[in-house]
Each structure stands twice: as C-alpha cells, then as structure tokens.
Design a protein around this ligand. Structure first.
Ligand SMILES: [Zn+2]
Length: 365
C-alpha cells in the first residue's frame, strides 16, 4: 500500500464527529504500525473514541523522539449536497475527494507512511488522536493519563497547511459569567435585585478591557468578545439571573489562570465565572535551530518561502506540547487550508507525496 492508497483507506472510515467512532480507523492504523515493528497502544477517552500511540522500540533515554501527530475525526458533512461521495475517496485529476481528505487524513497517512518507510530504528512517536474537532478531548486525555513522551525533540501536527510550516496559534478561553439577583414585581423594582443590571455593568467593564496593552511578537494582540447574553423571563418582573458568554483568544505569555483572576477582579461581585473551554495557545521561537532547519527543508516543496506565520484556529498542539516539555512545535500537513470543513473537500496527491518526503527528512534529521 502506498501513501495515496493509505489516505483513501482512511477516508473510507466514517469518523464524523459527533459522534466520532474513531475506534475502527485507529485499529487499522495501529495494525499497519505494529506490522512495521512499532509498539502500539490504544487509549479511549469514551467508548469507541480511540486514540493510539505508536513508538519505535528504542530504549535509549538520550534519544528523545520526534512526535508526529494527527487527528482521526472529521467535522460533519454539512447540509449542502456533495458531488463526490464523502466516504468514497474518489481519485480524479490528481485530487482525492472526501470528508477529512485535507483535514486531516492525508496528513495522518503521510505521517504513518513516513514512520513505516524510515523504520522503527528511528526515534519517533506517533500520536493519532480522536475527538480533536470538538475540543481536543483525545489529546487532553492522553496528556492527563501521562501516556505521552515526557521529552520530545520536536512536535509536528499534520493540520492542513499546504506543507507550509506554521509556528503558533492563539489559545481560547471561553467563559460563562452568571449574575444573580432577587425577583420582584416589575412595578416595584426597589424590592428586587436586578441581575441584568449587574450583567450590563460587567459587560461594560469587559468592553473596556485592554490586556494591559500586551502583544505577542508572532501572534499579536489577544482579544475579547462578548458573544452571548441571556436574562430575564418576562418584562414585568425583576430578573434574578443573567448569563454572559465571553470568548477570549489568548496568546502565550498570558496564562489563562492569571487572565481569569484579572477579569474576576475587574468584575468584582457582579458575576460568577465558569470556564467553558480552556485551551492555551503556543508559539515556537522562529530562531530555534530545528524550526530554521524545517523552513529550509520545505523550501523546494512550497510556492512561497516560509516566513514565521501562525494559524488562525487552535489544534492538538497546545495540550501535546505542554505534556512533552514544550519542544519546538510546528503545524505542517499536505491538506489545503482552504479545503478544511468544506463541501467536496479534497487534497492534492502531489502534496501528500511531498509531505511524505518532508516528514521522512524530518525523521532523519
Ligand atoms: Zn484538523
């Protein structure tokens, strides 16, 4: 089986998330790697939601592995009709069509094939995760269970970048803020305690929050958006509860705990805070020798010379990098960034071959 055929085989597993059902696909990938001499283990964060870890049986502690990682789940098909069966993996004019073709079964296939071709004597660990699209549940489970290497030489996430290395992305801290009060008849508001007034005051303070002018050299400024507000049940009552949804996109250097404490202090006792999503970002140093090596290495394969760039979305990079002692980390994969989550999603076969060559060079470096 070559890397193109492996990509097509992976697309034919239905791993649409929700519900996910990555198990069969994970077992298939695991069988290939086991047959190639790798140690394989399976880890399900919920029934059928299986991630796998495969590592070369190299015991030398001096040799921290390169970690190659990709996710098996895909986003749903969407409501628009597909011209190509999303699970058939049609091969046409140098493209493979299907859900997950770009995001990111082609990336997983190229990583698996690179490990198989280079062989188990190369220090490499493959982390193939479930449940990435809905909040990195698989990768976070592996980190919490301490299944990941404590040290990694470098970390590569095969997200669709058209083989361009991206060296960072923002984090996401989503908060629910709850204001509470006391209900009373709307004609006698002085007898109640208005939760919407408190929520409004909190929103007003948040709207003027500026993160102390903090800016990251690669990722720029963090941002805060109040995305939802709900409260009150009828117009002639004093509301006793109101909820605010806040979406913060953070940058490394602003720890989420510190950020939340700062916002709690800003809002005083107007609201109570609850985390909905808590994913830190990451940024690699553009001057790091390994990052520079990869930039040089990909030059023959990409249309534009690599410059330090970041991704707009978040990925498994953050939980994996944190678990592996923050090695130099990149996103690099054969999928087209414009194709992720699209109807009639496709991937160019040429890019898959190139990604295989790039991953092999990374493993040999
Ligand atoms: Zn993805």
């Amino acid at each position: 089986m070559d890397v193109i055929e492996l990509t097509r085989r992976l697309i034919r597993f239905d791993t649409v998330n929700p519900p996910g059902r990555e198990d069969a696909c994970a077992r298939f990938v695991g069988q290939q790697l086991k047959a190639g001499g790798f140690n394989v283990s399976y880890h399900a964060f919920a029934p059928g939601r299986t991630s796998l870890i495969a590592h070369s049986p190299v015991t030398d502690d001096e040799d921290a592995p390169i970690v190659l990682s990709g996710h098996l789940d895909t986003v749903p098909l969407g409501s628009a009709p597909w011209r190509h069966d999303p699970l058939a993996a049609d091969l046409l004019d140098g493209k493979i069509y299907g859900r997950g073709a770009s995001d990111m079964k082609a990336g997983v296939a190229a990583m698996v094939m690179a490990a198989l071709v280079e062989g188990p004597q190369v220090p490499v660990t493959l982390v193939i995760s479930a449940g990435e699209e809905t909040g990195c549940e698989g990768a976070r489970f592996l980190a919490a269970e301490q299944r990941l290497p404590m040290q990694a030489r470098a970390l590569v996430i095969g997200e669709p970048t058209a083989n361009q290395p991206l060296i960072g992305h923002k984090g996401a801290l989503w908060l629910e803020l709850e204001a509470t009060g006391r209900s009373a008849h709307g004609s006698q508001p002085e007898l109640g305690d208005n939760a919407i007034h408190k929520a409004a005051e909190a929103v007003n303070r948040l709207a003027h929050y500026r993160f102390d002018g903090f800016s990251h050299p690669l990722l720029g400024k963090p941002s805060l958006n109040v995305g939802t507000i709900q409260g009150g049940s009828n117009i002639n009552s004093v509301p006793d509860r109101a909820l605010i949804g806040v979406d913060i996109r953070s940058v490394p250097g602003l720890g989420h705990n510190v950020l939340r404490q700062d916002l709690e202090a800003l809002c005083g006792d107007l609201v109570r805070f609850r985390n909905l999503t808590d994913m830190e970002g990451f940024a690699s140093d553009p001057q790091d020798p390994w990052i520079q090596m990869v930039s040089k290495l990909v030059t023959p394969y990409v249309e534009e010379l690599p410059v330090p760039r970041a991704a707009p979305y978040f990925t498994d990079a953050a939980p994996l990098a944190a678990a592996c002692n923050r090695p130099p980390t990149i996103l690099l994969g054969p999928g087209e960034p414009s194709q992720a989550h699209q109807t009639d999603e496709y991937v160019f076969t040429r890019r898959i071959e190139d990604a295989l060559a790039i991953y092999r060079k990374i493993l040999r470096s």
